[in-house]
Design a protein around this ligand. Structure first.
Ligand SMILES: CC(C)(COP(=O)(O)OP(=O)(O)OC[C@H]1O[C@@H](n2cnc3c(N)ncnc32)[C@H](O)[C@@H]1OP(=O)(O)O)[C@@H](O)C(=O)NCCC(=O)NCCS
Length: 181
């Protein structure tokens, strides 16, 4: 499948179970399952949170398109926190993660966000390389950040991408327009 066969759209409550299972299996594995369907539904309904999914662009008439990737990002005044991002293993390295992230970056720029922050498991080399390729850089290693129900601890690597100089937006600021880029 090529990236052109993928559509990125806002997540809907009916996507919550598929998103939650992907989070459990591809992100939270071994740490306990925090993003179950009810928590994902709250994120989808939260006005300060953006939840998006990557779906097959073409599916059989009447059939629901399969969800191949998703992301959840929380917006503050100046900072956004990328909470979760995953792509199905069989579809990785085909540009889906990049397309989801570009969608989020465009939304953050339009919202006047100055920087995007995230944490990932310290040993998650694939994700670290992905985020580095997407313009993020490492800021700090936090030992014992993740804790499973069995008391297992794992360090987190914090990463950051700067979108603009922090501080109030100039009065004349307008969201970027696609044709200006
Ligand atoms: C991290 C993740 C979302 C990347 O998604 P993806 O769709 O495979 O990424 P893309 O195909 O868009 O990759 C874009 C670029 O990132 C870099 N990259 C991505 N995965 C990489 C890897 N495993 N090793 C090295 N570089 C990688 C490459 O530069 C790649 O471009 P290229 O394929 O042309 O070389 C995916 O690996 C994943 O779901 N991992 C499990 C969940 C996870 O760890 N999420 C992050 C923490 S919440």
């Amino acid at each position: 499948m090529t990236p052109r066969a993928i559509t990125i759209r806002l997540a809907e409550p009916r996507d919550a179970q598929a998103i939650a299972l992907m989070s459990r299996d591809f992100i939270e594995s071994g740490l306990g399952w925090k993003y179950d369907a009810s928590r994902v539904i709250r994120a989808i309904r939260d006005r300060e949170t953006l939840a998006v999914v990557a779906c097959d662009a073409k599916s059989a008439a009447g059939a629901r398109a399969a969800i191949n990737g998703f992301a959840i990002m929380e917006f503050g005044d100046e900072r956004a926190h990328l909470v979760l991002l995953a792509v199905r293993p069989s579809l990785r390295r085909s540009g889906i993660g990049q397309r989801i992230l570009e969608w989020l970056l465009e939304s953050a720029r339009c919202a006047g966000i100055a920087s995007i922050h995230l944490e990932l498991r310290a040993g998650n080399e694939a994700a670290r390389r992905f985020y580095r390729a997407m313009g993020f850089y490492e800021t700090v290693l936090v030992p014992g950040y993740y804790r499973s129900g069995e008391g297992r601890k794992e360090g987190a690597l914090r990463m950051l991408r700067v979108l603009r100089v922090p501080g109030p937006l100039p009065a004349a600021w307008r969201p970027p327009r696609m044709e200006d880029r």
